[in-house]
Design a protein around this ligand. Structure first.
Ligand code: HEM
Length: 561
């Protein structure tokens, strides 16, 4: 006690630097302790008000703010260093999940996290909240685009263009709608993708191969989807794009969280190299295309620009007068959207279908379904494929288990969201940030039962049709608890293509090759006993990467004697 009241007396015998250190230590301890006590008291009071307040619409209260110890940094440290899911598991041991929402202090900014399905559903439907601030962060920190170029690209707050009657944001939404979401355009993209993938599959050596399945797949799918969407030239001009992309992808969240480059030097180097290469590619595009690329022209795909979606994007870049460096960064962002989710999702799907520790009948049942989509010429009929019940269920189960996305919105106005019992509401003040972490809905133990939420269950999204008795795919009852593609006006514009790309790839692989599983390996290729799980990395970015791979011997089906 005397030590606390008269520290100088207690340390009078110590040399000066040690005394100074001791005082500093004491000072820091007092600050941390005081912060913890203050935030805990505030939490207790706000929780009481929040849970005991009268259940009338006029009484919406702000979410309880979770205590923390370090001022400014707040809860960021424990949230970010915990392996995926662990922070929430520990939090819900003492903070009632029934609150449906809570506030965390992340680097000085109070951020509201919501996990009540009603609240999530209402947030996604609300027209006011936007993704603007996240988009700015992604562009500047993640993609390395200069702030003024980002402003030029997004043009937030600019009036509508007199020629089109659309603001820049509306022009981007229209582009996504016209070239990524319209049925015929998606079909064109898928046709190009499957053509490119089939060429790569045909070029694979036919002899017995022993490969890491996901690593092998990631290279092939990346080439095929990049070629289909961005054209062939980019793969020739940007040297080492495939390997550099995955190195960049590994460090992307570090960049978004502003961690210094020495923390992940290889990822920063890979990004710089890609951007240099893509700048060259853009210079070449400008040189070779005197006319502005025409997205509506007769040709669906050309080797220089690739898809209509890419031509439309380049036309927009031109119209906004963007620098080549900015175009390179924005295209890297597009390739990130294109590849960083769909490719790992395909890997997880194939690994589960082939898993020798899993359901031994799954591969046979999936093959029986996939065979029904095989055309006489050996190609796959995509409309048939994407309506197969078991295959769709496996795809959605993979998205449920492995998508960990923070659907993030910025509030331009105050927002009141309903909580689960519908009598209570939560109040969120304008200018705040709201996050709906998908993993809290996707892995909610109370929602996903038999088998429990942590388990992979291929049939999870199948129901028995009451009249035919057949298994049908269904997403009934999942609103606000399952949102792998986000929702509302910012919902993923690539979702239709993603489903065709993933299911198309799974089917093409299974129809082309027989796989014998040799064993499991970790990321360094060392053998490990069990099926791979989530890599211990930052959560929140989309489909989580695996911490290993499944080693397989591949044999081409058509060359089997
Ligand atoms: C399994 C695959 C995929 C998953 C799980 C996924 C998930 C998501 C999510 C959660 C968002 C944020 C939505 C929101 O805030 O509400 C998003 C945005 C986006 N996705 Fe995807 N995505 C996938 C595939 C794709 C593909 C293949 C493309 C490109 C063809 C793509 C392009 C984009 C773009 C451009 C955005 C940003 C939209 C904006 O800023 O408004 N995604 N995606």
């Amino acid at each position: 006690m005397a030590l606390l009241i008269f520290p100088s007396a207690a340390i009078s015998g110590l040399p000066l630097p040690l005394s100074a250190l001791f005082v500093l230590f004491l000072f820091v301890t007092v600050i941390l302790l005081a912060t913890y006590l203050y935030t805990t008291l505030r939490y207790r009071l706000s929780l009481r008000r929040y849970t005991l307040g009268p259940a009338r619409p006029t009484t919406a209260s702000p979410p309880p703010q979770i205590p923390y110890t370090i001022p400014f940094i707040g809860n960021a440290y424990s949230l970010l260093i915990s392996p995926p899911g662990v922070f929430w598991k520990q939090l819900f041991r003492w903070h009632p999940r029934a609150t449906g929402a809570c506030t965390l202090l992340l680097g000085g900014r109070p951020t509201h996290f919501i996990y009540s399905p009603h609240a999530v559903q209402a947030l996604l439907k609300a027209r006011g909240p936007t993704r603007d601030s996240l988009n700015l962060d992604v562009a500047q920190k993640g993609l390395g685009i200069a702030s003024r170029d980002v402003q030029t690209y997004y043009g937030f707050g600019e009036p509508a263009d007199p020629a089109t009657g659309l603001t820049p944001t509306q022009q981007q939404e229209k582009m996504n709608h016209d070239f990524l979401l319209r049925g015929e355009r998606v079909n064109e993209l898928t046709a190009e993708f499957t053509r490119a993938l089939a060429e790569l599959v045909a070029a694979e050596p036919c002899c017995d191969q022993d490969v890491g399945l996901c690593a092998w797949l990631a290279r092939g799918m990346f080439r095929a989807s990049t070629e289909a969407v961005m054209g062939r030239a980019i793969l020739d001009v940007v040297e080492g794009l495939v390997d550099d992309f995955w190195e960049f992808d590994r460090g992307f969240m570090n960049m978004l969280y502003d961690l210094p480059s020495w923390f992940m030097p290889k990822s920063y180097q890979a990004r710089a190299k890609i951007l240099d290469g893509m700048e060259k590619w853009h210079a070449m595009l400008q040189e070779k295309s005197n006319d502005r690329p025409d997205p509506e022209g007769g040709v669906g795909w050309d080797p220089l620009f690739g898809s209509r979606a890419n031509r439309a994007k380049h036309r927009y870049f031109e119209a906004r007068g963007l620098s080549l460096r900015a175009r390179a960064g924005l295209d890297l962002g597009f390739i990130f959207g294109l590849s960083s989710n769909a490719i790992p999702a395909t890997g997880w799907m194939l690994m589960h279908i082939l898993n020798p520790e899993g359901d031994k009948t799954l591969l046979r049942r999936v093959m029986e379904e996939v065979e029904t989509a095989k055309r006489e010429d050996g190609t796959v009929d995509i409309p048939t494929l994407i309506s197969l019940p078991l295959l769709q269920s496996v795809f959605h189960e993979v998205l449920r288990l492995y998508v960990d996305v923070w659907v993030t919105r910025e509030l331009k106005d105050d927002l009141i969201l309903p909580l689960d019992d519908e009598k209570k509401q939560v109040f969120l003040k304008k200018n705040g940030i709201v996050v709906a972490p998908s993993s809290l809905g996707h892995r909610d133990e109370a929602r996903w039962l038999n088998p429990p939420s942590e388990a992979f269950y291929a049939e999870r999204f199948l129901r028995t049709h009451p009249e035919t008795g057949k298994a049908v795919f269904s997403l009934d009852g999942t609103t606000g608890k399952f949102y792998p593609f986000g929702g509302g006006k910012s919902i993923c514009p690539g979702r239709v293509f993603a489903k065709q790309e993933v299911l198309g790839s799974v089917a093409m692989m299974l129809l082309a090759f027989e796989f014998d599983v040799v064993g499991f390996v970790d990321e360094q290729g060392r053998s490990k006993k069990h099926f791979p799980t989530l890599r211990n990395t930052f959560s929140g970015s989309g489909v989580m990467p695996t911490d290993g791979d499944i080693r397989v011997k591949m044999r081409r089906r058509d060359t089997k004697a």
